[in-house]
Design a binder for this molecule. Structure first.
Ligand code: NDP
Length: 264
């Protein structure tokens, strides 16, 4: 029987996930099909999941919190961070996972010496990725435009600053976790701050993929190594695929096929 999967979000038209997962299904000979579904009302997530006869979904902006609440069972990490981007149905129950954070952790593993990390941004992605980095032994500092979203990070023991409070220190990695540069040409923080911190960094990373953001352009002008969000996207997809197929394939087997989505 063909297993059906989808990405739920709004918007979803730009998503690479259908291509990534369908390439892996085809390449590995798994009888699955992955579509996109524009979900306007996050409260209807569970109802739509069952109405469409799905086996699993990925969830993107703005429904990761709705997805968290729709699940019957939560993986401990997803429970800790309050955000679910992968759901698998088993015996009529929805099981929720967060694969963004382990995907990101793997994506930055190439910077072996890095320990001190500065996050620009304090949204949902920063929340799950900061938690996994902290558990993995990184020292994470959060710099955000406004103070509201910093409260939760402060409670969890992170050093947090708004632009006005910040005083520059050396960081090994500077990571844009904001949506600045996604659909505009904004930098994630004032240029005078970047001029202080980029020169002492080993590398600059962006979670945005598919374009060179103003942040990465600036980092390149300073001669710094840069990395966009493509590997994070690929790795979160591979880990989701492992759950979708109940770990029938290894990470590397899935990667061999899914990575084709980035070179087509
Ligand atoms: P949220 O909406 O939860 O958070 C947005 C954050 O960006 C906030 O900290 C906000 O600051 C800040 N921000 C937005 N615009 C600006 C700006 N012009 N200047 C400075 N700060 C700004 O977003 P998410 O965490 O869901 O997503 C963040 C990014 O991560 C997106 O670009 C998304 O595409 C990307 N992403 C990439 C993935 C991948 O696989 N590569 C996976 C998931 C997300 P404030 O609090 O002041 O409003």
């Amino acid at each position: 029987m063909k297993h059906l999967f989808a990405i739920f979000g709004n918007p979803v038209s730009h998503s690479k996930s259908p291509l990534m997962h369908n390439l892996a299904f085809k390449g590995l000979g798994y009888d699955g099909c992955y579509n996109r579904y524009k979900l306007e009302n996050g409260d209807q997530l569970k109802e739509k999941f069952f109405a469409l006869g799905l086996k699993g979904i990925n969830i993107t902006v703005p429904h990761k919190e709705h997805a968290y609440h729709a699940c019957d069972e939560l993986d401990p990490f997803a429970k800790k961070v309050g955000a679910v981007n992968t759901i698998v149905e088993r015996d009529g129950k929805l099981h929720g996972y967060n694969t963004d954070a382990p995907g990101f952790l793997k994506a930055i593993s190439e910077f072996e010496e890095a320990k001190k990390v500065l996050f620009l941004g304090a949204g949902g992605t920063a929340q799950s990725t900061s938690a996994i980095l902290k558990d993995a032994g990184y020292e994470v500092t959060i710099l955000n435009r406004s103070s509201k979203r910093l409260e939760r990070f402060k409670e969890e023991g992170f050093k947090t600053y708004t632009f006005e409070e910040f005083s520059a220190q050396p960081y090994d990695l500077i990571i844009n976790m904001t949506s600045a540069g996604l659909e505009d040409e904004f930098l994630p923080c004032p240029q005078y701050i970047l001029a202080e911190i980029i020169p002492t960094a080993d590398a600059c990373i962006d979670v945005i993929y598919g374009k060179e953001t103003p942040f990465l352009k600036l980092a390149r002008l300073y001669g710094k190594p840069t990395k966009d969000g493509s590997d994070m996207l690929l790795y979160q997809g591979i880990i989701a695929f492992e759950y979708f197929t109940e770990h029938a394939y290894t990470f590397d087997e899935i990667k061999e096929h899914m990575r084709q989505a980035f070179i087509l």
